[in-house]
Design a protein around this ligand. Structure first.
Ligand code: ZN
Length: 250
């Protein structure tokens, strides 16, 4: 069984960053999982929520609806504080992610780059830090050895990708995006990606900017191969599972 894990910071990142690829690979028989680190309770756009608690509850529901559209089989929103991921003890979050990797045993991981993806959000940068360390540590028996009881084994994920884009947004603080090494043609799943983003109704004021950005980008989703169990020169890939070892995939 092929499996893919995405690590994000906020509900709506899953759709905006790689919604097309999540649904495309699901339809190809890949089991997908999304771990979202915060319920997005610090968002500027708050729908009808009266406080952070209500907003978190609304956004958890919207995340579940988006993940249903994307056919994500294991979707979870953790309870870390939105806007504060840089203040959280690093081992706590990485331990959570390593445990999930060792249980789910994906061959591929997706996250955002250290720049914070297209918006440069601090939480996105931190999601990248946590996901990257979890990728490197899940396969080692001297990292979080306390987890290696009751049959849980180290698991080496084969490739880690960051989402990227051909250009940053205008009139923002400067960000330097990771170079494109994989171009995934999502075709008709572009509509699915937009539908999944629009499931985040509290974020409706963002839809015009998102729709414009997606229309400008067209149908490929772009990625940067950040780490691989098979290092070496990388040609531009058109399939995230290119070169994945089948015996490890079983
Ligand atoms: Zn976000």
């Amino acid at each position: 069984m092929l499996r893919m894990l995405a690590v994000t910071a906020h509900p709506d990142d899953e759709a905006g960053a790689f919604g097309g690829s999540l649904r495309l690979y699901s339809d190809r028989g890949v089991e997908t999982s999304v771990i979202c680190l915060t319920p997005g309770q610090a968002a500027t756009h708050r729908g009808k929520a009266k406080d952070d608690h209500e907003l978190a509850a609304l956004r958890r529901k919207e995340f579940a609806a988006a993940c249903a559209i994307l056919n994500v089989s294991r979707a979870a929103v953790l309870d870390y504080p939105d806007g504060q991921l840089h203040r959280i003890e690093i081992h706590r979050v990485v331990s959570d992610l390593v445990r999930h990797i060792r249980e789910f045993r994906p061959q591929i991981m997706l996250s955002m780059g250290l720049e914070g993806a297209i918006t440069g959000h601090t939480d996105h940068s931190m999601a990248s830090v946590f996901a990257t360390l979890a990728f490197h540590w899940a396969g080692r028996n001297n990292r979080f050895p306390d987890q290696l009881t009751d049959g849980l084994q180290p698991h080496r994920v084969q490739k880690l990708y960051y989402c990227t884009a051909p250009a940053s947004l205008p009139n923002r603080q400067p960000i330097s995006l990771p170079p494109v090494t994989a171009r995934i043609e999502i075709g008709r799943y572009l509509e699915t990606k937009i539908a999944a983003f629009h499931a985040h109704q509290t974020q409706a004021p963002l839809f015009p900017l998102f729709d414009l950005h997606v229309a400008r980008l067209g149908s490929p989703e772009l990625f940067h191969l950040a780490a691989s169990v098979a290092p070496g020169a990388v040609p531009i890939e058109t399939d995230l599972f290119e070169g994945v070892e089948q015996q490890q995939a079983a």
